[in-house]
Design a protein around this ligand. Structure first.
Ligand code: ADP
Ligand code: MG
Length: 237
């Protein structure tokens, strides 16, 4: 039996007397493209950090790829793109990838492979400081892809990008999913919902919705996702 990519049960996170995540339960099957959507402050990054094992969990359980989150063996099996960039501006694209590959124990062929996946081969020798926002986002994504992890956790990877670049990145996610990777991607932009196979909607640490994007429109009788989100808040079922 293949393990679920994620198994989250009654997950609670309390920080400084505030309950940031309020008993979240959901499963993600291998090969799903799941959008974690919700306004700023709803708890998306906290949930992602919990799944990476770097946020202490107050109660409940979370398994990734069949193992308890935070297990050292998971470190190489989960690719993570943090909300703030973790790449070095004064290194070239290839030097950044080689540096992180070294930490992960990934070999040079992985560096070359990820350059192709994110379509940055032509930029490999450029300093990151000379790249546009969209190109930098691709470098961060490439770092998350090193070692071909079966699970990707991407925290607002498209924030601040223009619509064309956002679409490009979503195409890359879809391609990774088509190859069998499980992708959990967060956004506070509701219209990115349509690009996901499944939506988790978070508000104030509560999971408001967990289903296919089209179901959200049907259930709220809405034509757009912004409108649907507002209706869901006004009359949760
Ligand atoms: N270091 C911290 N200590 C206490 N509360 C925090 C800390 N960081 C974030 N929070 C709070 O946790 C909540 C969720 O934040 P976050 O997970 O960053 O949300 P999102 O990623 O959806 O914007 C917010 O109310 C935020 O103020
Ligand atoms: Mg966040």
């Amino acid at each position: 039996m293949t393990a679920l990519a994620l198994e989250v049960s009654q997950l609670r996170v309390v920080r400084q007397h505030h309950e940031i995540l309020k008993s979240l339960s959901f499963d993600v099957a291998p090969g799903e493209l799941v959008g974690l959507l919700g306004p700023s402050g709803s708890g998306k990054s906290t949930l992602m950090r919990s799944l990476l094992g770097v946020q202490s969990i107050t109660s409940g359980t979370a398994l990734a790829l069949g193992e308890k989150v935070g297990t050292p063996a998971l470190r190489r099996r989960i690719g993570y793109m943090a909300q703030s960039s973790a790449i070095y501006l004064d290194l070239t694209v290839r030097e950044n990838l080689a540096y992180f590959a070294g930490i992960l124990g990934a070999d040079n062929s992985q560096v070359e492979h990820t350059l192709d996946v994110v379509k940055l081969r032509a930029f490999a020798g450029r300093l990151v400081t000379s790249l546009s926002g969209g190109e930098r986002a691709r470098v961060s994504l490439a770092v998350a892809l090193l070692g071909a992890p079966p699970l990707l956790i991407l925290d607002e990877p498209t924030v601040g990008l223009d619509p064309v670049l956002r679409q490009d990145l979503w195409r890359t996610f879809a391609q990774l999913v088509a190859e069998g990777t499980t992708v959990l991607v967060s956004s506070h932009v509701m219209d990115e919902a349509a690009r996901c196979g499944r939506l988790l909607l978070l508000r104030e640490g509560h999971l408001l919705f967990d289903d296919a994007p089209a179901q959200l429109l049907t259930r709220t009788r809405s034509s757009g996702y912004d409108d649907a989100f507002v209706k869901l808040i006004e009359s949760p079922s």
